[in-house]
Design a protein around this ligand. Structure first.
Ligand SMILES: C[S@@+](CC[C@H](N)C(=O)[O-])C[C@H]1O[C@@H](n2cnc3c(N)ncnc32)[C@H](O)[C@@H]1O
Length: 322
């Protein structure tokens, strides 16, 4: 059995028998006025962060969600676009599609604004999406891409890039890990499917996105996720896994490379009211300006002693340069 078949089997089981601890999330459940999340959707929350960010969701965006799980995030996305087919949900596991369909019926009973028809469920594979080119404003996946091995990950990201409109955004949450993992962990199909042994370091994860052409990347959250300890897993050392929330925006690739926002800021504290670097950045005196890592490098290279650079917070929340 391939690791993809093992993944399908695991999520078939998780669709038939909800498994509350499967992808334990440290994320609070989004509470919005008039939005009730049925208990079954909460029990089938198999994600590790949130992909639902209100600021991505203005002007009735056409949305795509790959790997539906119990449907919780699709319901949350629907909240922002209450139209027939506003969200396309894709999953490769029939039982998961069926379970989420049932859960949307329950959501309909608990939310007078919601209709199941807001979500168009389709069977399909992340590596071959049944979706037209350039047709989606906001695409999302939560805790699926970390399962994929390198070649499959490349295909899945390329598919998301293909279906997004120019300037559309891919919003994701996945585990990441900065420590090396041994081959026994990496090749354990079940641990991979459980989102425990496929994760990449953040820089590699981001590179996979920029290699696909995404010109802007935002790291929006970075949180503790899991520990793999030698008593319970095939490892000699303790491995610490985090989860991140990332948006990859289909902006054109700048000639000097992607803009990757990791939560850095620059604060000018010199003698003038502002500093203009003549490269598109104006730093008002004593006002933090959010900057991408590339701009941080360029400003640092000026060698000035009147700009303060903050470290990456990994909690970028908008604004700033580029
Ligand atoms: C870890 S669960 C995450 C579910 C959901 N995103 C959430 O946050 O609760 C992974 C989901 O991806 C689906 N899946 C697995 N392999 C897939 C593939 N190749 N293409 C599309 N969906 C897939 C599974 O059936 C499952 O619904």
């Amino acid at each position: 059995m391939s690791y993809l078949e093992a993944t399908n089997t695991l999520y078939k089981e998780a669709a038939l028998t909800p498994d509350v601890g499967l992808c334990c999330t440290t994320n609070p459940i989004w509470e919005l006025p008039g939005l009730k999340i049925p208990r079954i959707m909460q029990e089938m929350n198999y994600g590790c962060g949130s992909t639902v960010h209100a600021r991505d969701l203005t002007n009735n965006p056409k949305m795509l969600y790959v790997g539906v799980g119990g449907g919780m995030e699709l319901l949350q996305f629907s909240y922002f676009n209450r139209q027939k087919g506003g969200v396309i949900g894709i999953d490769v596991v029939d039982e998961m599609l069926e379970a989420s369909r049932k859960n949307f019926k329950e959501a309909e009973e608990q939310n007078d604004w919601f209709k199941s028809e807001f979500v168009e469920l389709k069977k399909g594979d992340a590596m071959n999406l049944p979706v037209e080119d350039n047709s989606i404003d906001v695409a999302a996946q939560n805790c699926l891409f970390n399962i994929f091995k390198a070649e499959d990950l490349k295909k899945a990201i390329a598919e998301m890039y293909r279906v997004l409109k120019p300037h559309g955004r891919l919003v994701m949450s996945d585990p990441t890990c900065e420590q090396p993992m041994n081959d026994e962990l990496r090749n354990d199909d079940r641990l991979r499917a459980l989102c425990l042994s496929g994760s990449l370091p953040i820089a590699e994860y981001v590179k996979a996105l920029t290699d696909a052409g995404f010109g802007t990347i935002e790291i929006r959250a970075r949180k503790p996720y899991r520990i793999l300890d030698p008593k319970n897993y095939p490892t000699d050392e303790l491995i610490y896994i985090e989860s991140i929330e990332v948006a990859a925006i289909k902006d054109p690739m700048p000639a000097d490379g992607p803009c990757i926002f990791t939560g850095k800021a620059a604060i000018y504290y010199g003698d003038d009211d502002y500093l203009d670097d003549k490269a598109g950045h104006v730093l008002l005196k004593n006002q933090p300006l959010a900057i991408c890592d590339k701009t941080a490098g360029a400003l640092q290279a000026l060698g000035r002693n009147d700009i303060y650079f903050s470290e990456s917070t990994f909690h970028y929340d908008g604004g700033g340069c580029c």
